[in-house]
Write a protein that binds this ligand. Structure first.
Ligand SMILES: Cc1cc2nc3c(=O)[nH]c(=O)nc-3n(C[C@H](O)[C@H](O)[C@H](O)COP(=O)(O)OP(=O)(O)OC[C@H]3O[C@@H](n4cnc5c(N)ncnc54)[C@H](O)[C@@H]3O)c2cc1C
Length: 618
């Protein structure tokens, strides 16, 4: 331990994670805080980090207000409908009213946007999506962040948040380690913006063994965005609202461009349109929500899952018609080459030419994230001009810990932000964080050396565990004294899969299963004290696992609390199979006590701000 070098960095704004939201935060913090010190810390390298690392083919959230294509109210209605009524409309509206300005900046910064030849407008893929040549998307936003921040630290994983010792419940910075040098880093900051992405690999994935690591969401998104705030007692919301995606089988290739632009459609193994077969059955579960347009994503999943359970699989995407048009065929392939090359490789390796064979679809394992068609994340304050009192406590996007902000996947209740909305939310959080710092005036944050030294011991313990435990190995890699990160990960995935509604149980769970799952997760937490890391890379894996485990506990607690099946197709509470608007048209909020590790749950009121200013059941 003595050999490990410690570096100290004092700053005003600390951005944790340099993905879409983090780069937006670094950029905007400089705009409002010209004289502030802004630091961004990234686990990978911000030029190619996060879910957009490989690029994207579409910007999924653009209003087009300049052409009166959509208004923010329309987007709130859309997200509300897709999430079966439950979103934070203040947050969604706030993001939507600013997102166009973000996209216009991307255009100015050189992101190649596709244009409609007839109208000169951005080329629409769907009502909300515009098409881009997006291979360079991430380096472009990274450049904006690099030019704005005082310093970008790459290859540093943040493991814990520091707390101010002069005032209760106020953040004081963060600590972590460099995965290449092993050095320990202490960042003392007045405000921290967590923008560390979502959580993949907490449920057992479909691709195991040779395919492990092939997931839909970025495999390196490990739930730090949730674990960091949960550990210091920040409240979380809608963590039960995990997402399941319908995607091309084995490569997780996205289907959006296929449905929207290529106008392909699905059918079952017998060539039938199966979705309508499940209409009556779904109506019994969710009532009139099935008649909404567009049909909520989870309900389309539900028809898929039911059809496969009933023996109607495999489900195919009918590409053989659209691909006869050479232009659409090119678009179909380019769609993958621009963001999911793996899908094109899978098809090539399995001799699937979508021009002559309709490829199979599947439903993915669940993911936890707050920026896609789902709402999990931190419970944050909304903007002053929109938010009812229960949703507002001083600074936009500030969590229930003072000075701690969130954006992108980190923030709960505000679905359908995607890449552009996440960048926008980073901007909103940064603007508020600067205001928070300005309001602090001369007040100092106190983080004493004891706190930093304690974390140093905790962070490097897995190296120590390995060093001692390996002496007991007589053969192979298994030691009685430690578990390796991969072993812990597989155990976590198995618990979540079997008890919290993963793929092997067709997304089904219930009270008994969830309680057992929580018991097993507690035991896992105990054993994670003995996780062993043979090098700095494995140390990262150990901390990723710990963050995933804490996130999973929170997801399971939430799933147990909500006694209804609100999103069939995402998961089912077998003991409460129906949607229950009388009791559960509300948001769920949790808090983990940092001292005891126990979670408490509560309901928060749901306000419909667009269309009706009505408080609904709480
Ligand atoms: C397969 C796929 C397809 C998608 N398609 C589209 C699309 O077509 N259009 C669209 O608009 N959006 C799309 N999205 C959504 C979009 O990518 C996300 O909404 C957006 O990236 C979320 O931004 P974020 O900043 O919250 O997370 P990310 O962009 O993932 O950034 C999180 C960052 O935090 C870093 N990090 C994580 N943990 C730590 C830690 N402990 N310490 C330091 N750094 C850390 C990560 O390395 C990463 O750089 C897609 C996402 C996926 C996965």
């Amino acid at each position: 331990m003595a050999k490990i070098k410690t570096h100290y960095e004092d700053c005003d704004v600390l951005v944790v994670g340099g993905g879409m939201a983090g780069t937006g935060a670094a950029f905007e913090a400089r705009h409002w805080g010209r004289d502030l010190k802004i630091v961004c810390v990234e686990k990978a390298n911000i030029d190619r980090s996060g879910a957009v690392a490989q690029g994207l083919y579409a910007i999924n959230c653009y209003m087009g207000m300049q052409w009166n294509e959509n208004q923010p109210e329309d987007h709130v209605r859309y997200a509300r409908n897709d999430l079966m009524g439950l979103v934070r409309e203040d947050l969604g509206y706030d993001m939507a009213r600013h997102v166009d300005s973000t996209v216009h900046m991307f255009d100015e910064w050189g992101l190649p946007m596709m244009k409609d030849e007839k109208t000169g407008r951005y080329l629409r893929e769907g009502k909300w999506q515009i098409m881009i040549h997006g291979e360079s998307y991430k380096p472009i936003v990274a450049e904006a962040a690099k030019k704005s921040a005082d310093k970008i630290y790459n290859r540093i994983m943040i493991t814990h948040l520091l707390m101010d010792e002069s005032k209760e419940n106020r953040v004081g910075g963060a600590v972590g380690f460099n995965m290449r040098t092993g050095d320990y880093y202490v960042f003392r900051a007045k405000a921290v913006i967590v923008a560390a992405g979502g959580a993949s690999h907490i449920f057992k994935p479909r691709a195991v063994g040779e395919g492990m690591g092939r997931t839909w969401y970025a495999p390196w998104s490990n739930g730090s965005a949730y674990a960091l705030p949960i550990a210091v007692g920040a409240k979380m919301t809608q963590m039960e609202n995990r997402i399941v995606l319908t995607r091309f089988k084995d490569g997780y290739g996205p289907v959006g461009a296929y449905f929207l632009h290529l106008k392909t459609y699905t059918r079952n193994g017998k060539g039938e349109n199966y979705e309508k077969k499940w209409y009556e059955q779904t109506k019994k579960l969710v009532g009139e929500y099935i008649d909404h347009h567009p049909v909520p994503t989870c309900l389309r999943n539900h028809a898929f899952i039911e059809e496969v359970k009933a023996g109607g699989g495999p489900i195919h995407m009918v590409t053989t018609e659209a691909f006869q048009d050479p232009h659409l065929e090119i678009i179909g392939w380019e769609n993958f080459l621009g963001m999911t090359i793996g899908q094109a490789v899978v098809w090539a390796s399995q001799n699937i030419d979508p021009k002559y064979e309709d490829p199979e679809l599947t439903t993915s394992e669940p993911y936890v994230m707050g920026s896609h068609a789902t709402c999990s994340g931190a419970w944050v304050s909304g903007p002053e001009d929109l938010s009812p009192s229960e949703y507002f406590w001083g600074y936009n996007r500030m969590m229930t810990v003072d000075g701690l902000f969130g954006a992108g996947d980190t923030v709960g209740g505000s679905a359908h932000k995607f890449s552009s909305g996440s960048f926008t939310e980073g901007r909103l959080a940064a603007k508020a964080a600067v205001k928070y710092i300005q309001d602090l005036g001369n007040e100092k944050i106190e983080v004493n050396d004891e706190q930093c030294k304690d974390f140093k011991k905790i962070i490097y313990k897995p190296l120590e565990n390995y060093k001692v435990g390996r002496n007991e190995i007589t053969a192979g890699t298994v030691s009685p004294s430690y578990i390796l990160p991969i072993q812990g990960l597989q155990r976590l995935q198995k618990i979540m899969d079997e008890y919290c509604g993963g793929i092997s149980v067709n997304y089904m769970t219930n009270d008994n299963l969830l309680k057992k799952g929580l018991e097993l997760l507690d035991m896992l937490q105990e054993d994670l004290e003995y996780v062993g890391a043979e090098d700095y890379h494995q140390l990262m894996r150990a901390w990723e696992l710990k963050h995933r485990a804490l996130t999973s506990q929170c997801v399971t607690e939430h799933t147990l609390f909500r006694e209804e099946t609100r999103w069939p197709g995402y998961y089912y509470r077998g003991d409460h199979m129906k949607l229950d608007d009388d009791n559960w048209h509300c948001l769920t909020v949790s808090r983990r006590d940092p001292k005891t590790g126990k979670f408490t749950m509560e309901k928060a009121p749901l306000y419909h701000i667009v269309d009706e200013k009505k408080k609904e059941a709480s």
